[in-house]
Design a protein around this ligand. Structure first.
Ligand code: FES
Ligand SMILES: [Fe+2]
Length: 468
């Protein structure tokens, strides 16, 4: 355990808005094991040079020592349900494509033709073989060479040497990970506490309800770090303060040298501690009811019941259990209040943010875009539990591409969440240009001891990975 944890102030509360730990204790249900656990690590405070967010040499170092050498989240299994389905996964100028190569088998190939270098997979889709559009060199789905037109002209080409190069592939919870390093060990240690924490929630038994891929004019780290803390909520998302415990958020890190996992739990249906000791719990509940109702148009929106034995959070969670249970023909009666309504976001180094619970069941992925360190891609998915009653698995939603100048509010499927994302997006290009204009003796980032510890931890792991 690094850092003196006893001196750290663990958030800010008010009379009506206790810290997350107190809210979890008051949950109307037994908490799942993961929510009972707290982190085991606090990184030491260290300034971070801003140049690493825009220096092309740093981006090159990341490509060589990070992206080519790390287990990373590529896609979900449901993106490639049939044998022959493929999904393109780009990390800046690096590119692989993930293929369902046989029933129960997934492979990841370098996205480069072994003839003269053409990109083999342009878009997600299906085909019975892997065929280059230029001269039609062709491979089987297992990567073995199938055909070379005018083969008589390539006496130097042996089948064994011209198999498509592969990255390692492993899956967990319906997520597909790749590691391009041939020496890589198994995925499992990199997942750290996540399999244990997510077990009862069954991420494998969910489907993608929407999937957006947004281009951002900011480095991938700039973009990602905007989603690893709730410190910015009071300034950037003031509309949510009435029902969001931003400052009472709990942050945890689990570090064991191989798994680098962190988490935040931002409670819902309580007022922000910033609103003071007199803030209205009733209003917090009503705003939470309304926020959750936005995803269910036409459903009558309940009101806080001051005569109920349940707390405000308990009332909102109970209504969520009923609505989700009826909508999906499943039983959520044991699920904790926190699982039903809170914002619980995990992070696995380097690019993967799966949210836990049905308060906000998102999945984020952050990646460099092209070879410009000032640009990135953020993928946002929403997953939903598979319906019960023997209903078939719904198909994965298609990807909606949002360009640099297309805001989230051009994607109708995400409803009012778009306002939140567009607020976040509005900051990012300003951060990216501002960093470049820093005075030379102040050209570093300074992180909050508690609320920004996940970002601090990320940089600590990154520095180790890059050998700095
Ligand atoms: S470059 Fe692919 S077949 Fe020629
Ligand atoms: Fe935000």
């Amino acid at each position: 355990m690094a850092g003196d944890q006893s001196k750290v102030v663990r958030g800010f509360s008010s009379k009506v808005s206790p810290l997350t730990a107190g809210l979890l204790e008051a949950d109307s249900r037994t908490l799942p094991d993961g929510l009972k656990q707290v982190g085991n690590y606090l990184p030491p405070t260290k300034k971070i040079p801003l140049s690493r967010y825009f220096d092309p040499a740093f981006a090159e170092l990341e490509r060589e020592r990070l992206w080519k050498k790390t287990w990373q989240y590529a896609c979900r299994e449901e993106d490639i349900p049939e044998v022959g389905d493929r999904y393109r996964y780009d990390v800046g100028p690096l590119s692989w494509f993930i293929v369902r190569s046989a029933p129960g088998e997934i492979r990841a190939f370098n996205n480069t033709c072994l003839h003269r270098g053409t990109r083999l997979c342009d878009s997600h889709g299906w085909s019975g073989s892997i065929r280059c559009p230029f001269h039609a060199w062709e491979w089987n789905l297992d990567g073995s060479l199938k055909n070379i037109p005018s083969r008589w002209d390539f006496p130097q080409v042996g089948n064994e040497q011209y198999k498509l190069p592969e990255a390692k592939v492993a899956t967990w919870g319906g997520f597909v990970f790749i590691n391009p390093d041939p020496q890589a060990g198994p995925l499992e240690p990199a997942l750290g506490v996540m399999p244990a924490h997510f077990k009862s929630w069954e991420p494998e038994n969910r489907f993608t309800a929407f999937h957006l891929r947004k281009l951002v004019r900011a480095n991938w780290k700039t973009t990602m770090e905007a989603f690893l803390e709730s410190y910015h909520v009071v300034e950037t998302h003031p509309e949510s303060l009435g029902f969001t415990g931003d400052a009472s958020t709990q942050y945890d890190i689990w570090e064991d040298g191989q798994g680098h996992i962190s988490r935040l739990i931002t409670p819902s249906a309580i007022p922000s501690p910033h609103l003071g000791d007199e803030a209205s719990i009733e209003q917090a509940a009503n705003m939470a009811f309304q926020a959750f109702a936005l995803a269910m148009p036409g459903v009558p929106v309940p009101k806080f019941d001051p005569t109920s034995k349940l707390s405000a959070r308990g009332q909102v969670a109970q209504w969520r259990r009923q609505m989700m249970g009826a909508g999906l023909a499943r039983d959520f009666s044991d699920w904790s209040d926190a699982t039903m309504i809170d914002s619980i976001e995990y992070y696995m180094f380097p690019n993967f943010c799966p949210w836990y619970g049905d308060g906000l069941p998102l999945v984020y992925q952050f990646l460099p875009y092209g070879d410009n360190p000032d640009e990135s891609v953020m993928s946002v998915r929403l997953t939903a539990p598979l319906p019960g009653g023997g209903a078939p698995r719904p198909p994965s939603a298609p990807i909606r591409q949002l360009g640099f100048d297309e805001p989230f509010n051009t994607a109708p499927e995400i409803g009012l969440l778009s306002m939140i994302f567009d607020q976040d997006m509005s900051n990012l290009p300003k951060v990216q240009v501002g960093m470049k204009a820093a005075a030379p003796d102040q050209a570093f980032a300074t992180f909050g001891r508690y609320q920004e510890q996940r970002i601090q931890h990320f940089h600590e792991v990154l520095e180790k990975k890059l050998g700095l």
